[in-house]
Ligand binder design. Structure first.
Ligand code: URA
Length: 234
């Protein structure tokens, strides 16, 4: 099979996230090798089976879509940039990490499962209300939980400012102050607003599952999704 070729400066600019002008300077300074040979010309035609190094660090070509799970700690924003807080990309040590986006955000003070991808069609399956993707949260609340909430959440809750009540949600009470809640929508601050609507207050929130994907890594860690996990949304 003949591999497609790409200009070296284009490959570097794309993978390092800088302009071709900057790449041109780095090339002329002799900082780039291809198969251990210094290459100074940006027009060099690179084949993707060759080994490219910048300042001795290998730059592996990114081919195809990427899918990751992250166990987000509190205090990080689900965005690619934020003027005030560090973002989830702080944890992602991948080339072109800024090309990834979050499929279903968590609040700054919510921890747990975040999915990141550069595949917009795939993330749409998770976030679009059309697909009813289930998300499971562990919730800690300020006031004791009562069993009548199970039916109320199952019937749907009127949220202030929303036209429609929430879709049936499954509440499993763990103890007086802790519960597991499964919802199939992704409205703004939905879990916090659902508990506020019944006179309670969420003091801690953690997402443990999205669809069939279960969080199984430590806080602050990330890993690529398996093929089965990716395909579970297709
Ligand atoms: N619901 C919330 O209120 N916050 C989240 O971060 C996720 C769901």
């Amino acid at each position: 099979m003949r591999l497609e070729k790409i200009r070296l400066d284009k490959f570097l600019a794309h993978h390092l996230g800088v302009s071709r002008t900057i790449i041109g300077k780095e090339l002329r300074a002799g900082k780039v090798t291809v198969d251990d040979e210094i290459i100074k010309s940006g027009a060099y035609q690179l084949s993707l089976d060759q080994i490219v190094k910048y300042e001795d660090n290998e730059i592996k070509p990114v081919i195809g879509y990427r899918y990751f799970m992250l166990n987000k700690p509190q205090g990080y924003v689900c965005a690619n940039q934020d003027p005030e807080y560090p973002t989830v990309l702080y944890f992602i040590d991948e080339p072109m990490a800024d090309k990834l986006h979050v499929a279903g955000r968590l609040d700054l003070d919510t921890s747990g499962l975040v999915l990141l991808t550069d595949d917009g069609t795939w993330s749409h399956r998770i976030t679009s209300p059309k697909y009813h993707c289930e998300k499971i949260y562990l919730v800690a609340v300020a006031q004791p939980l009562t069993t009548n909430l199970i039916e109320m959440f199952n019937q749907g809750i009127e949220l202030r400012g929303d036209k429609e009540p929430t879709k049936p949600a499954k509440l499993v009470i763990i103890d007086d102050y802790h519960a597991e809640l499964t919802i199939s929508e992704g409205r703004y601050h939905q879990v916090k607003r659902m508990f506020a609507a019944v006179g309670n207050h969420v003091v801690a929130l953690h997402r443990k599952q999205i669809g069939h994907i279960q969080l199984d890594i430590a806080e602050g860690e990330y890993r690529p999704l398996t093929q089965d996990e990716v395909e579970s949304f297709l």
